[in-house]
Ligand binder design. Sequence first.
Ligand code: ADP
Ligand code: MG
Length: 510
Amino acid sequence: MQESGLKIGYTIGENTSGKFQFVISDESNIKKWEYVYLMIKGEIVIGRIEEVVSKSELMNENMDYQSIDRYSSNGLNDFVNICISTTLGKIKDGFLTQSREIVRPGMPVYPAGDDILQQIFSFDPEEALDIGSLPDNNVKVSLNVNGLRRHLAILAQTGAGKSHTASVIMEELLKKGASIIVLDPHADYVFMKKGVNGEIYSDGISVFRTPLSTGRYTNDDVGIVNNFTIRFSDLAPEDVKGIMDIKEGYTNLNSIVDDIYKRMKGRKDLADFLQTAESLPQEDYRKIRGRLAFLNKIKDIFQDYTTGITDYLGPGKMSVMDLSGMDQFLANYFSYRVLSSIYDVKLSSEFKYPVFVFIEEAHNFVPPRNNSNIARMIKKIAGEGRKFGIFLVVITQRPGKIDADVLSQCNSQIILRVTNPSDQNAILESSENITGYLMADLPSLDTGEAIIVGEIVKMPAIVKIRDRETRAGGSDIDVIGLLREAREEVRKRNDPSEVRKKTRDLLGEF
Ligand SMILES: Nc1ncnc2c1ncn2[C@@H]1O[C@H](COP(=O)(O)OP(=O)(O)O)[C@@H](O)[C@H]1O
Ligand SMILES: [Mg+2]
């Protein structure tokens, strides 16, 4: 980054109020993605360099190698370096507002210094979430917590840094006293209670797990784990139907369950329910037997306590729903229970604080045109949740495989590396904030570098997301280490002395 105030070039050629180009001096080392400014009628107009083009009139495509060689060794060089820049706006009272001023050729261009940039990328401390800095310099970038009111999508291919970014936002939200719920299918967030050095990071973070979750990590790995259980007798007949995947349209099965409840005379425990079912007419029993077997298979979740909203929702509280190892149907069911109870307490204003819901692998919960309970609930929150203070952070590596309405309800996006063209297209279609220039940068982003657009920033920015303060879960499998072990196993298998030892173990001394 260069010092502010020293002119680095002049605008040239054709310019519009949205885009200008300028020729830079040979000494300038300004790079793509850096910021510059022009002074127009006493106001600072900020631009961002989208492309740096170096070209020569003389040494063009029609010239052969020998001629170029001669020119070049004689120091005859007529190249020009041209920067193409988008106009981001003008600074007014510390804010960036739209600039409609014409950019004329011959205007001096200055590099935007850290002081100017810092002004643009900060917010009032009470609304600021500190998430990183501009690459190449020390300008800190904050997100505006208010911008989360209209939902956020974190999009990128696997390994680009989505979960890392989400964790950083969770850390920042916790500092603000937020209430956070995380749907975590791969146990990516279960270690966040601990800091990077193993110390306790926050007492407000809890991990919930059902007795059915085989889990990616054991309870001992994670530390204290709260069981997510249900008391069967707390369930309304409709809930039980939901768990048994009996949809509204299945009139036959619906009335069979109603019949069981009638025979049982009220809500009782699972054993009663299953036993009573056996007294059904043969034909009915046969029809529902498979569903009863399913209830029996998951019987461990039915304990004498129903985990409720007061267990997992509270100011300054973050509850990670560890869904790892559960099949998608049950994961959906639990997620639905959690989100619908949140929806209810927000709708009725029983809980007055804003709730931030992070959904990892969101494409699995709300695929396109899906009508499951959880998909409908997420669509409902995406559509009207902000009216009641429920804000979504949708995380996915498959932007083309998630319901398009949910994605387009996200007013802000954090996009990390994406190389697949169809995913890029899905992202482009999902938001009007994303320009072709920004899209072109997506494949070349480093891990942890993100393009941030929308209401959470004053202007689109490429940001290096900061380091985490909490411990990461779910890091990639150690392929190298495991292959080393595999080789050792092969060696043992083929080693004559090992083979003899094995035979001896089997047959005794020979
Ligand atoms: N901003 C960052 N700074 C440092 N390391 C990062 C950053 N973002 C991601 N990483 C590292 O890159 C790896 C992949 O990140 P992760 O968040 O798990 O990606 P994703 O969720 O997109 O698959 C992890 O080991 C993580 O620690
Ligand atoms: Mg991840």
